[in-house]
Design a protein. Structure first.
Length: 403
């Protein structure tokens, strides 16, 4: 089978996902087009250079609706003969775009793809597209649906993570993100977002709170306790599913959960012939991909079984992995991953994560693959694994290896 290589990986800075965020006036279409243009310009691509653009975005309504991928191609400087595919696997949409592109290349369906995603959470609110699993009683009741924040608190309760455990991980994420920015570790990958006049709008992740400490985090109230205990009483639903638990310990809040932000990311994937044709040197090969379904109530444990699956399917062991990127949707997700595999935090999210820098849903999967690749190169390591938890109970993973 043909090898699939990563030739480039880039992202925009992540802007605060609200009206005073620096990217608020930029649509998903325009941010996607700028990201695609950066791939084209950085790699001197021309004409029908890639087979397709596979683009993840989660809330596919209004200005993020339709086939945003195709609209982004037409709004960019890419050749109009390049089509576009918009996909949605919730938080793993950007990763699934990369994995799908890689497997298309491996299967011989084209020499190269641009894959990634976008989410403008300050313009198109999370959940505004509706969801059958949340809104339709015929499935919500049978699946014991609870919101993701409750699921994160169930993980903490089931696996014994305290509020201090979660807050400490969040504080470290902030410290690592600041250190990474100060050291220029993102310089290779982060592009500057510009307005219609070519003036810079944002060149850094603006959600970060580097002054965060345990005391400031300790002053925040649990974000999901009211919806769990009062109305509509999701804790009762959870305890029906997990009767061995006496109560749900609500430890998550805005400071130890991922930030709502705007952002986009792209990865250029191709075979050996593509690189030779365009004079590009591969940075890594995509060694393995995987996805899995999990319990839809606790919902966010997917990184553990999907990592078990990808390692088993490809004859690998956890000790074969040098670095990990585990999306910080909530602190308990990462804590559970490290607990399950006995992985030291020094190997996980070494440059911070979504708690510090934010989680633009459709883009994050591609972001963490790029971050992982940059860090493998910087630290002179060989093999890395990126994984995300996914709404409704799923997990996705990608293993990359430097070449």
């Amino acid at each position: 089978m043909t090898e699939a290589y990563i030739y480039d990986a880039l992202r925009t800075p992540r802007g605060k996902g609200r009206k005073d965020g620096s990217l608020h006036e930029v649509t998903a279409l325009r941010l996607s087009a700028q990201t695609l243009n950066a791939v084209k310009e950085r790699n001197n691509l021309d004409g029908h250079a890639v087979e397709d653009v596979i683009w993840g975005n989660v809330t596919q309504v209004m200005e993020q609706g339709g086939c945003l991928a195709r609209s982004a191609v037409l709004a960019s400087d890419l050749d109009e003969r390049i089509p576009g595919l918009a996909i949605n696997r919730f938080c793993a949409s950007g990763m699934e775009a990369v994995n799908l592109a890689a497997n298309q290349v491996k299967g011989g369906a084209g020499e190269a793809y641009i894959a990634g995603g976008v989410e403008m959470m300050g313009r198109v609110a999370m959940g505004s597209d509706g969801a059958a699993i949340a809104a339709d009683p015929s499935i919500a009741m049978d699946s014991y649906f609870v919101p993701q924040g409750i699921s994160a608190d169930i993980i903490a309760t089931e696996y014994g993570f305290s509020r201090d455990d979660a807050d400490h991980l969040a504080m470290v994420s902030q410290q690592r993100a600041k250190a990474a920015w100060d050291a220029g570790r993102f310089d290779k990958s982060v592009i500057t977002v510009k307005d219609v006049n070519g003036l810079a709008i944002l060149d850094h992740d603006e959600y970060m709170r580097p002054q965060t400490d345990m005391q400031s985090l300790g002053g925040l109230n649990p974000a999901f306790q009211a919806m769990g205990e009062v109305m509509p009483g999701f804790d009762k639903v959870a305890l029906m599913k997990y009767p061995h638990l006496e109560r749900i310990n609500h430890i998550h809040h805005a400071g130890n959960s991922s930030g709502i932000v705007d952002g986009s990311a792209a990865v250029l994937i191709g075979n050996k012939e593509f690189g030779e044709k365009w004079g590009l040197k591969p940075r890594a090969r995509i060694r393995a991909t995987a996805k899995i379904g999990t319990d839809p109530t606790i919902m966010l444990t997917g990184p553990v079984p999907v990592t078990e699956k990808i390692l088993k399917d490809h004859g690998m062991d956890i000790s074969d992995i040098d670095l990990f990127e585990v999306n910080e949707a909530f602190a308990s997700v990462v804590l559970r991953f490290m607990q399950a595999f006995n992985v030291d935090h020094d190997k996980v999210n070494v440059n911070g994560g979504s708690i510090a820098m934010g989680h633009p849903l459709g883009a994050t999967g591609a972001i963490i693959i790029g971050t992982l690749l940059d860090e493998l190169e910087r630290a002179d390591k060989e093999v890395g694994l990126a994984t995300l938890c996914i709404a409704s109970g799923m997990g996705a993973a990608t293993i990359i290896e430097r070449v």
